[in-house]
Ligand binder design. Structure first.
Ligand code: OSB
Ligand code: MG
Length: 369
């Protein structure tokens, strides 16, 4: 692929509103953009979605940046790879650090598609020209404020609403949402906040006809999720637990979930994502594409992968303006009535708006071959 150089852009972007989950509140994102440039000057874009702190998974941004700078980027630049699949081969001895790997690999995939002059979704084997999306809503100070948010997003046309729950903010919150929106496609995401000791509460959630409950138990509680799924009607969806093809295979073998939330970054990149997609499809496990409060580059990767056939449920790739006053890509992501039209431009299908990116820039790291 004639890779010549790479760069890491560390940005600081304020969210339009704070985002609260069971593990904490974020009011800004340390967005990290990765680029790779080939010998003709074509540039591929990736986004490393690591959070500042190791709260969602063990990975955190400073560590991802060191991993990319010290190991991943120099190796990949010098590996003479001919296809983006080669990135995970070159990096296979490095354990985990999946978000760092995926940030770099995403840039290589975008560059590869641009070298072919084709949209990334087509290179990946996507089959849709538009994708349905939902929205993920954080906890608010009061349940009433969450209900108001849900109403706002329902009126914007999102195809399903996900709300965050945690112990003490669960059954009553969902009950209040259902009183106002009895039929809306609704799901809850606990981000690992419960254990099997909370079975009484988790069983009560069965009453609300939720599409699914996302990651109720710990990230490494595959057996407990399997036990839970036997006890509740609501489909269990795994997020944090699915960090590799192997994890997806185990989850399916154990009946630990009925649905998979796929995040490209959590599994270490698009190549691993494609393997999981094939596995899930063969086993009748529907998928949707999760999010990490990405800026535009990561959102465009998410849209590209959502065009694959087994992404049958609306994901979390909401419009850019749900997150940012001004996104770093042109055009930004726009969901109309919960539908995003897929771009047919080469690669991810959007350009970085460098003037805007520079407004958010904290540090720029350039790595030559
Ligand atoms: O658990 O899906 C999650 C955001 C950051 C970290 C974890 C999660 C989320 C979200 C929001 O739910 C997804 C998005 O809107 O990008
Ligand atoms: Mg989740």
């Amino acid at each position: 692929m004639q890779l010549q150089s790479a760069a890491i852009y560390r940005l600081s972007m304020d969210l339009v509103s704070p985002f609260t989950t069971s593990f904490g509140t974020q009011d800004k994102r340390h967005v990290t953009i990765v680029t790779v440039t080939d010998s003709t000057g074509l540039v591929g874009y990736g986004e490393c979605v690591s959070n500042e702190d190791p709260l969602y998974t063990e990975e955190f941004l400073d560590a991802s940046i060191i991993a990319m700078k010290k190991y991943f980027i120099p190796l990949v630049l010098n590996a003479d790879i001919s296809h983006p699949n080669g990135v995970s081969d070159v990096l296979k001895n490095f354990k985990r650090n999946n978000m760092g790997k995926a940030g770099l690999e995403g840039a290589v995939w975008d560059l590869y598609a641009k070298q072919l002059g084709k949209p990334l979704h087509e290179v990946l084997g996507g089959v849709k020209s538009s994708v349905e999306v939902g929205v993920s809503l954080g906890l608010e100070d009061t349940d009433e404020a969450v209900v108001a948010r849900v109403s706002e997003k329902v009126s914007e046309g999102y195809k399903r609403i996900k709300v965050k729950i945690k112990p003490g903010r669960d059954v009553e919150l969902i009950r209040k949402i259902r009183e106002v929106h009895p039929d809306v496609s609704l799901m809850a995401d606990a981000n690992s906040a419960y254990t099997l000791d909370d079975i009484v509460v988790l069983r009560q959630l069965d009453e609300f006809n939720l599409m699914m409950i996302e990651q109720p138990l710990g990230h490494d509680d595959m057996l407990d999720h399997a036990a839970l799924q036997k006890e509740i009607r609501t489909p269990v969806c795994l997020d944090e637990s699915i960090d590799s093809f192997k994890a997806a295979k185990d989850a399916i073998a154990l009946d630990a979930c009925k649905i998979i939330n796929l995040k490209i970054a959590r599994v270490g990149g698009i190549t691993e994502s494609l393997r999981i997609h094939e596995l899930a499809e063969a086993n009748g496990i529907p998928m949707w594409c999760g999010g990490m409060l990405e800026a535009g580059v990561g959102r465009m990767h998410n849209i590209a992968i959502t065009t694959l056939s087994n992404f049958t449920l609306p994901g979390d790739t909401a419009s850019s303006d749900r997150y940012w006053h001004k996104d770093i890509i042109v055009p930004p992501v726009v969901a109309r009535d919960g539908v995003v039209t897929v771009s047919d431009e080469p690669g991810i299908g959007a350009e970085i708006d460098w003037a805007t990116l520079r407004e958010y820039l904290v540090e720029e790291i350039v790595i030559e071959k």
